[in-house]
Structures are given as C-alpha cells and as structure tokens.
Design a protein around this ligand. Structure first.
Ligand code: SF4
Length: 480
C-alpha cells in the first residue's frame, strides 16, 4: 500500500512515535471504503487530540500503518471497526496472520450488537458511539486499569465476563467533529468534508439495524455545522461536502442549513453530496442546490412493492415515488439509483412484478436508472430479528427473474454474500470459532471451504443463516 502522500491524503496526523501509547485503528476493508467512513475519521482525530497517544490507520490493502509504515505488532492497542458482517472474516485474518492473540483488542461499529461471534477473537467490544466514552477506555488503559475496571466504563463489554454494559452515545449531539479531517480523492465521495447532520432516525423501518443502534434521533446544532463547514471548506479546500444522516430531509433546520451552504457555494466551488434522502419528504431547495453544485445522481430506497413497503414500515406510495422522480428530473437530476430488497417476509411473486412495473414507470420519466437489489437479511435487535432468511434456492430464482426483467441496470452483491451475512448477523460463538478455524487455513474463505469446516465442527450453516443461533444470545444485550 502506498504512503499517504501518494494516496493524496490531506490532514494526516504526524507525531513522533517514541514515548507514545500507540493505537492501531484497523478498518478491515479496502482503503477506498475506509477513508469514506466518517466514524473512522472522527475516532482517528479524536484519539490523536491526546498528545500521549498516536493513533495510526490500517486497511486490508496493507499490513503496515498508513502513517509511519509500522507493523501492527508494534502497537499497544488494536481497535477494529466492524461495519459489515463479512468484515469478521478480515478481523479473524488479521488476528491470525499477525498473531494478535496477546494484544489488547477492542471492536466497535454497528455489527458489535451481536458480539457473540467475536468471543474468542477479541477482548472487548464498544457498544455505542466513540465520543461518549472511548477515550475513557484508553485513559484507563494508560492508567493500568484491569479488566474489571475497564468493564465498568459505560459502553465497554468484556467478552470474557459478559458483565452487562449499556450503550454509550452523546446526547446532545454537539461533540467533536473535525473541520480539517483526513481525506483523499480515492474516497467514494472524492476529496470530501464529511459532516453528520444527525444520528439515529425518525422513521421506523422494521428491517433497519441502523435505526436501532443509533437511537435516539439526535441533530447537530446548526451553529456547529455552520462553523465546521465554513472552516473545513475555507481552510481545508475540500472538493466536496457530504451531509451524512439517515434522512437529510428530517433535519429540523434544513432551510437555514441550505441557505448557509448556498452562500458558501456562491463563494467557491464544491460538490454537495446527500447520500440519504427519503422519496416522500424530498426538499426542492435541497435538490436545486445539489444540482447547482454539480451533483446529478440521487439515491432513493423504495425497498419493495408499495404494499410490502407499507408492511415493513416505510409507508409511502408508488405515486409519491414517481412524483419525487419527476421533481428530480425537473430540477436537472440525470440519474437515480434505486435500492430494493427481495426475500422479505410474506413477499410473493406479485411483489417482484410490482418492482418491475415501478422501475419501468420511472424509466419513462426519462431518468437514467441503476437498480440495486439484494436479499433481505434479518438483523438482531430489529423488529424483524425473528424472521427467516429465505431459502437460497428461492432467492436465486427471484434474482434470476429480476435480472431477466431489468437486464444490465441491475446490480447485486449476490446470494452467497447475503447467506454469509445472515449466518454471522444472528450467529454465536460457534460461528466465531468456524471463522477463526477457517482463517487459520490461510486461504480466502470460499463458501465450500466454510461448509467443509462447518461439517468438521458439527455446525449446520444453513440453519444459522436461515434462523440464527437457537440460543439467540444477542437478546441478552439491552440496547436502551
Ligand atoms: S429511513 Fe432509513 S435509516 Fe430510517 S429506519 Fe428506514 S431504513 Fe433505517
């Protein structure tokens, strides 16, 4: 992996290594995905505010730190970001390959709310958002605290003792947000300043993990956003500004925020990005600004047919979606990305047909379309946590149908990936052991290799994927 200068990174933290407590912040994915994550940026800069500490980053593309090219075994503490279930394979790979068993390790991110597959791999998980008490954990480690003392910090779950812990999050949401944050043109947003306008979500989609683990809905104060955006764009010269939230249109002071951003756009060029917009609450002024800044693609998530959409907790009609798309077209948006799920509870062939009809109606508006369709995966702690992950054969048939009808505009991560996600999402220690044992073989874990290892260990993979662990261990963890 190339050093930060070659990656074109800005605002990399530079410190002398000697005498400092060294933290390896590992994002077990590609560099492109890692540098696009606001949580990773916040943790990196937050920890580095402390002069006693030097936090450096690792991604899957390098076994050396991005900052100083150090080996991970030279660090005092290893932190893993766990954003996506399949990253567990990579976490296991890191631990085996670099022999990190004797290093203190902590894992945070939305997938730790079923921490049981992580037992035997790491010591602690952090339940919550970093600003609340992650620095307390590091302070206590520096002070030589033992496991018992560490497990008393809010949000810290000791995976050996499993002493109950509560989720830790800042409320009000006015905590540290760096205006000059590490960034690269290689990020999915380009060279962008990322700001989280809000966390949590006002809506109640029954399949959604994010809504559960980032509750309650909280907004950043307008004056903090204004200060960070102004300083970031002026001093940081970012080429883009990405407003991160579950649904930007929910922000109660959106008008004032947009007025300010418009004034900034009049002062200098940058691309405005809004990754999450609900079709039923589209704000015309926001669309105008997005297009004015050069953004011509909008992402909407209809999820399924109108009827099923209502049943899964996203109650807006096809008509509302069509009207939203017409509005986008009117304001100069050229391309719309649509996100769908299939294999939802009670879904029938009629629901899939309705998806096709809806897509062709949107096409008629004259927008370029990209459709992403992936199987529904039941997530722990959501109202759908006890639902079944459909039989992969059935899912394959649904995907074949969608492919046939939609052709080249369809993209998907595929059934295999969803199967593995489902197996881990509601898994337990046995799944953790399976992943660890497979990682020891040193090969890229193919499904056939996993199945072979599972047979040796007496694990029924299909059972885990479809129904989850029969012990449902994650239910012992209370999120509120
Ligand atoms: S609107 Fe989006 S973030 Fe909110 S609950 Fe629904 S899927 Fe989750």
């Amino acid at each position: 992996m190339m050093p930060p200068e070659v990656l074109g990174e800005k605002f990399v933290v530079r410190k002398k290594v000697r005498g400092r407590f060294r933290i390896a912040l590992v994002y077990p994915c590609s560099y492109k995905v890692a540098v696009s994550n606001l949580g990773m940026r916040i943790i990196y800069h937050l920890l580095n505010l402390d002069e006693r500490i030097y936090c450096e980053r690792f991604t899957n593309e390098s076994d050396r730190s991005l900052e100083t090219g150090s080996h991970i075994r030279e660090f005092d503490l290893v932190m893993f970001c766990y954003q996506y279930e399949l990253d567990l394979f990579e976490i296991a790979r890191w631990i085996i390959k670099e022999d990190l068993f004797d290093k203190p390790k902590i894992v945070g991110g939305p997938c730790v709310y079923n921490p049981f597959p992580l037992r035997g791999l790491v010591d602690y998980v952090y339940l919550g958002e970093a600003e609340a008490s992650l620095t307390d954990f590091v302070d206590s480690m520096l002070a030589g605290a033992d496991a018992d003392e560490l497990s008393r910090i809010k949000g810290i779950l000791d995976l050996k003792s499993l002493k109950p812990s509560r989720r830790a999050y800042p409320n009000p949401l006015n905590t540290f947000l760096p205006a000059l944050q590490v960034s690269s043109r290689l990020s999915v947003f380009g060279d962008a300043l990322l700001v989280d306008v809000s966390r949590g979500c006002r809506w109640a989609c029954k399949f959604c993990l994010g809504r559960c683990v980032y509750a309650p809905y909280r907004e950043r104060p307008l004056d903090q956003l204004v200060q960070v955006i102004e300083e970031g764009l002026e001093r940081g010269s970012y080429e883009s500004l990405a407003l991160i939230s579950s649904d930007l249109n929910s922000y109660s002071r959106l008008d004032e925020l947009l007025a300010f951003i418009e004034s900034m756009l009049d002062r200098g060029r940058f691309r405005l990005i809004a990754p999450s917009i609900r079709a039923d609450t589209i704000d015309e002024r926001l669309i105008e600004l997005l297009v004015k800044s050069g953004e011509k693609t909008i992402t909407l998530a209809p999820e399924s047919s109108e009827e099923l959409r209502h049943r899964i907790g996203k109650p807006f009609s096809d008509e509302q979606l069509i009207e939203a798309c017409k509005l986008l077209k009117k304001h100069g948006v050229e391309k719309v990305k649509l996100y769908f799920m299939f294999g939802l509870p009670d879904e029938t062939a009629e629901d899939l047909k309705s998806i096709i009809k809806l897509v062709s109606r949107i096409k008629e508006i004259g927008l370029k379309l990209r459709v992403s369709a992936n199987p529904f995966v039941p997530k722990p702690h959501t109202p759908f946590e006890d639902e079944v992950f459909r039989d992969p054969k059935e899912l394959k048939a649904s995907l074949r149908y969608l492919r046939k009808e939609l052709g080249g505009i369809l993209t998907t991560d595929g059934i295999r990936q969803a199967f593995l996600q489902a197996m881990i999402a509601r898994g337990d220690e046995k799944i953790g052991r399976l992943i660890l044992e497979t990682a020891k073989l040193g090969e890229k874990p193919s499904l056939s290799l996993l199945k072979k290892k599972a047979r040796e260990l007496g694990i029924d993979l299909a059972q885990y994927a479809r129904y989850g662990s029969e012990n449902e261990p994650w239910k012992s963890l209370k999120l509120s």
